[in-house]
Design a protein around this ligand. Sequence first.
Ligand code: 8DG
Length: 324
Amino acid sequence: MDRAPLDIAVGVLVDDHDRLLIARRRADTPGAGYWEFPGGKREPGESVAACLSRELAEEIGVTDLTSRSLIRFSHDRGPRPVRLHVARIDNWTGEPAGQEGQQVRWCAQNDLSDVELLPATNVILAALNLPPLYIITPSIGRGRSARQSWFDALDRALRAHVGDGTKAFVRLRQPGLDDDDYADLAKRVLEHARRQQARVLLDRSVALVERLSADGLHCSTRRAQRMDKRPIADNYWFGVSTHSADELTHAAAINADFATLSPVAATETHSEARPLGWPGFEDARGEAALPVYALGGMRPDDLGAARDHYAQGVAGIRGFWPGS
Ligand SMILES: Nc1nc2c([nH]c(=O)n2[C@H]2C[C@H](O)[C@@H](COP(=O)(O)OP(=O)(O)OP(=O)(O)O)O2)c(=O)[nH]1
């Protein structure tokens, strides 16, 4: 039996109330009864964009799509291996309706948990909700004025990096602090972040994330390698730092919501590591089933290049932190 993945174009229509259009798979198809985002198989010689336009016209009767690529990934959690090319669609012509007798409905993201979705839909939802920029904090100084300027820079970074209508996203990285000092700092950082509606991931214990109601956990690859499942509930974000295709595969296998992949370029933080370059990034990123941020020597204006190489966005310390 041929197990090469089928290329599938998938469209996530988002309306003015941030609801998503979902369609129910018909009784005569594999995965019958499950809900999915509209889309279908690419025909021989067809481009992904042409496939998306054709499938959405055929299935839900909409045309003139304004779309942006969200994520490309492979999985074999369904009836056969597929490579999904997922696009977000914010504008179209026509009122979406099932053209093939299938049920179609708008659903708020909070209500999706009540719906039986195709496996791997969580990957698409992560790509939809993760912002383009991931800020990693530099070390905080010891003196009072150093701390004050660190917090000033944090506030400015949070304000500056609210992009694409998504909230700023920060990892509190402080390898030099012991756990108590880290916890005290995390508490204050969360107070600042809440004012800006920013999201903060901590990199110590799950218990600390839960106790402070932070937004999630970020783990080193070494820590992730010791896990056989995600260490934190699905309602928190869970990210992993990776440096290779194998590490990404493991991060996806333990259901990480996203990963960073580094170093794309040379960095001061890890000057000994050999840069991947963009081709190396794309190669290692491959079709892993999770959104991946490009990290290492990145600046916010590398976002376009990152997206061209199938990244969710760019992450970094310098270049994302005012004054550094
Ligand atoms: N449309 C869609 N398909 C998905 C999603 N997630 C996912 O794993 N798939 C899988 C399920 C199927 O194996 C495959 C889509 O194939 P399909 O059979 O619906 O394609 P099609 O519309 O061209 O089908 P048909 O004309 O042959 O009935 O992709 C998703 O969110 N949307």
